[in-house]
Design a protein around this ligand. Structure first.
Ligand code: MN
Length: 243
C-alpha cells in the first residue's frame, strides 16, 4: 500500500470516526480519533474491553450462559487471534484497531487479519449497543427516527426484519449514512464504516449470539433484543457526535 493511500485512510478515520470514541472507551489501547492531538499509535496487544455489565445482566432476553460463551470465548478469541497475527505482521504494529480494519478491508490477502480485527470491533460495539436498563433516545435522535421511519415502533419492526433477513452470519445496523438514518446489514465480519456509514447501534445475528437461548428462532431473538435491550443512550451519543 502506498504511503499516500494509507495517509488518505488515516485522514478518513480522523474526520469520520469520531463517533466511535464511546464504543472504544473501554479499550485503552485504541487511539481516540476525536482528540485534538490524534495518535495513530496503538500499544499492542490490542486489549479485549471489559463487558459493560455482568454476564447475567441481560437475562432473560440473553442468558448468562450465552454471554459467557459469546464474550469469554468468541469475542476473546478474536482478540487473541488478532494479536497473534500482529506478531508476524509488523506493518500493522503502530495502527489502532480501526486503522487496521480500514487498511485490510477488501484485501483478500489480509482477510484473516480483517476478520479478526473487525469482529473484535463489532463485538465491543454490540455490547455497548445493549443495556440492561431501559433508556430512551435523545430528543434529537427521536426526531430523526420519526423523520426517517415514521415512528420508533416502525423502526423496531424494520430493524427486526432486516436483522432476521440477513442470510447466514452477520450483523444488523442502524447507521447514519450522510445525513440520513438507514438500516443496513453486513455479512460475516463486515462493518459499515469501511463504506462510509457511521454505526449507531448493532445486533449480532451470528448463530452463536442466540442459539443456546433461541435455537433456530432468530426472529424471536431479534424482536426481544430490539424491543427490550437496545441502548438508546449509546445510539444517541453516537448520533450527536456525528452531527
Ligand atoms: Mn458474535
Amino acid at each position: 500500500m502506498s504511503s499516500s493511500f494509507r495517509q488518505n485512510r488515516r485522514e478518513f478515520l480522523q474526520t469520520t470516526l469520531a463517533f466511535s470514541s464511546i464504543a472504544i472507551a473501554g479499550c485503552s489501547s485504541v487511539a481516540r480519533p476525536n482528540s485534538s492531538n490524534i495518535s495513530t499509535k496503538s500499544a499492542h496487544p490490542i486489549g479485549l474491553p471489559p463487558l459493560p455489565y455482568s454476564e447475567g445482566a441481560l437475562a432473560p432476553v440473553i442468558s448468562a450462559q450465552t454471554i459467557g460463551f459469546h464474550y469469554g470465548k468468541h469475542h476473546k478469541g478474536y482478540a487473541d487471534n488478532l494479536n497473534k497475527l500482529l506478531e508476524t505482521h509488523k506493518e500493522f504494529a503502530d495502527l489502532s484497531l480501526e486503522q487496521i480494519i480500514m487498511d485490510t478491508a477488501g484485501r483478500a490477502e489480509q482477510a484473516t487479519i480483517f476478520n479478526n480485527a473487525a469482529q473484535l470491533w463489532n463485538h465491543t460495539f454490540y455490547w455497548s449497543s445493549l443495556s440492561p436498563k431501559v433508556v430512551e433516545p435523545s430528543h434529537a435522535l427521536a426526531e430523526k427516527i420519526n423523520e426517517s421511519f415514521g415512528s420508533l415502533d416502525n423502526f423496531k419492526n424494520e430493524f427486526s426484519k432486516v436483522a432476521t433477513g440477513q442470510f447466514g452470519s452477520g450483523w444488523g445496523w442502524l447507521v447514519l449514512d450522510g445525513h440520513k438514518l438507514n438500516i443496513v446489514k453486513t455479512s460475516n465480519a463486515n462493518v459499515p464504516f469501511t463504506r462510509g456509514q457511521k454505526p449507531l447501534l448493532t445486533i449480532d445475528v451470528w448463530e452463536h449470539a442466540y442459539y443456546l437461548d433461541y435455537q433456530n428462532r432468530r426472529a424471536d431473538y431479534a424482536h426481544a433484543v430490539i424491543d427490550k435491550l437496545l441502548n438508546w443512550r449509546f445510539a444517541s451519543d453516537n448520533f450527536e457526535k456525528s452531527l
